[in-house]
Design a protein around this ligand. Structure first.
Ligand code: PLP
Length: 370
């Protein structure tokens, strides 16, 4: 069997051993965390320990951390609970988890470097309508880190509330709700190297949380009904803790090496390279459809993605790259995102494969490797 190289961490991360151990151990604890007997209390203790760990990793308070089924639900819950008659303002590069629930929102433009236009945000906030602003901390396709702290200061000056989608940022940079000074933060377990099916919405003390999406049995202090998946939650916490030990400098070094190899074949980097997640690069190969590149690299045993790749297998032109006004390059860029356990051989394999693919798909422009 040839070795496969997984460079699609922004779609999902490999499960961390610490998370796997935590999940398996928690599966042996039988009990509903809402039950009052000793079995229930044991499950609850596991869950509350995890809640404390996750809240402390991301600069929040455990009593204001709501467990959800993942990042999508955390975003949907934030929009639902906080809009409450407010006008919604989102950036043009938000994930569909936000775009699809924000409805008829005002959309903020981004510059060609992939960074949101804060002047446009200020102009919108100045007209004094109560607003909910949704701004992601780091973009899932380009890795570009958005000026969330500055946006939060603007929102607070004009009395708006700010929800931050930190699903991609968490585990790939320092993420703290208290430092960002936003009103809420969405995170997702599987993007951190924990199990899929679990995430959280972290609320600031002054977050105006009007109503849950699911009320059910009143779990999560009445903010999200449904029996909590204790084992997944335990794995989520272990992944959050473990991700703090990742060597992001080494990951950035490997990412840069992959990027240089692609650039040597004529690829163009999309987004400001100085304001990016350590693990992400978005590289366009002029004249070659992104879907073709993904398939060709897959045949070379490398997993990467094109466009918004976590959406049900479809390859569509990226709304993110379109918003950056990259023209035809928007349909010709792939995302390479390194997992927490990426290695130099992964990058060597990618570099050689990319050179072969580029030479085959752009024969007129790239000399065939020796
Ligand atoms: N927000 C961003 C920025 C994402 O990249 C994703 C998934 O790719 C989500 C939200 C949705 O997270 P989940 O897969 O946990 O539902």
């Amino acid at each position: 069997m040839p070795t496969r190289r997984y460079l699609d961490a922004n779609a999902t991360q490999p499960l961390r051993p610490a998370a796997r151990d935590a999940v398996l151990a928690a599966f042996d604890v039988t009990g509903n965390p809402s039950s009052v007997h000793a079995s229930g209390r044991a499950a609850r203790r596991l869950m509350e320990d995890a809640r404390e760990t996750i809240a402390s990793c991301f600069g929040g308070e455990p009593e204001r951390l709501i467990f959800t089924s993942g990042g999508t639900e955390a975003d949907a819950l934030a929009v639902h609970a906080m809009s409450n008659g407010r006008r919604t303002i989102i950036s043009a590069i938000e994930h569909d988890a936000v775009r699809s629930t924000a409805g008829d929102a005002t959309v903020l433009p981004v510059a060609p470097d992939g960074i949101v236009d804060l002047g446009a945000l200020e102009d919108q906030l100045k007209d004094s309508v109560a607003s909910l602003v949704c701004l992601m901390l780091a973009n899932n396709e380009t890795g570009c880190i958005q000026p969330v702290q500055e946006a939060a200061a603007l929102c607070r000056r004009f009395g708006a509330v700010l929800h931050v989608d930190a699903v991609q940022a968490a585990g790939r940079m320092d993420v703290r709700l208290d430092t960002l000074n936003a009103h809420s933060l969405a995170i997702s377990s599987h993007k951190l190297g924990g199990p899929a099916g679990c995430g959280a919405l972290l609320l600031a003390a002054d977050c105006p949380f009007a109503a849950p999406l699911i009320s059910g049995g009143g779990q999560e202090r009445g903010r999200r009904g449904g029996t909590q998946p204790v084992a997944l939650i335990a794995g989520f916490a272990a992944a959050a803790r473990d991700s703090e030990t990742d060597d992001l400098v080494q990951i950035a070094r490997l990412r840069d090496a992959a990027e240089h190899a692609a650039a040597a074949c004529g690829a163009v980097v999309c987004g400001d390279p100085s304001r990016r997640l350590a693990n992400t690069t978005c590289i366009g190969l002029p004249g070659v459809a992104a879907g073709m590149q993904v398939i060709a690299l897959d045949l070379e045993n490398i997993a990467v993605s094109a466009g918004a790749a976590c959406s049900s297998g479809k390859v569509t032109t990226s709304h993110v790259l379109q918003a950056m006004k990259l023209g035809s390059l928007a349909g010709q860029a792939i995302r390479v995102s390194l997992p927490w356990n990426a290695t130099q051989p992964d990058i060597d394999h990618f570099a050689a494969a990319y050179a072969r693919v580029a030479a085959r798909l752009r024969p007129a422009l790239v000399p065939h490797p020796a």
